[in-house]
Unconditional design. Structure first.
Length: 94
C-alpha cells in the first residue's frame, strides 16, 4: 500500500485552462488535472515546448498565476507546476 507524501491536499479538477509565456505572449490551451494551494498538474501540453516559468489561468475570470515547472512527463504530455506568484489582475502581468 502506498502512502500519500504530499503536504497539501490535491483536488481533482479536469477543467480547461490557458498557459502563456511570462510576458503574456503565446497563449495555449491546456487542461488542469488536479491542483492544490501550492501547484497543479497541467496536461495537454508539449512538455519540451513549455518554458521553465509561465503564467497559468485556471478559469477565464480567475486570477493569473505565475508558475515554475517542477517536473515534465513527455509520454503523457503533462507538467507539474508550483505557484510562485498570484497576480491581482491581467493588467499586472508584465
Amino acid at each position: 500500500m502506498s502512502r500519500e507524501r504530499r503536504k497539501n491536499l490535491r483536488v481533482e479538477w479536469n477543467s480547461s485552462a490557458t498557459i502563456c509565456a511570462i510576458d503574456g505572449s503565446s497563449p495555449r490551451p491546456c487542461m488542469i488535472g488536479d491542483f492544490s494551494n501550492m501547484g497543479a498538474k497541467v496536461t495537454g501540453v508539449n512538455p519540451t515546448a513549455v518554458p521553465d516559468e509561465l503564467i497559468l489561468r485556471i478559469t477565464r475570470r480567475g486570477r493569473p498565476r505565475k508558475c515554475r515547472v517542477l517536473w515534465r512527463a513527455d509520454s503523457s504530455e503533462t507538467i507539474g507546476v508550483v505557484f510562485i506568484e498570484l497576480f491581482a489582475d491581467v493588467e499586472a502581468i508584465p
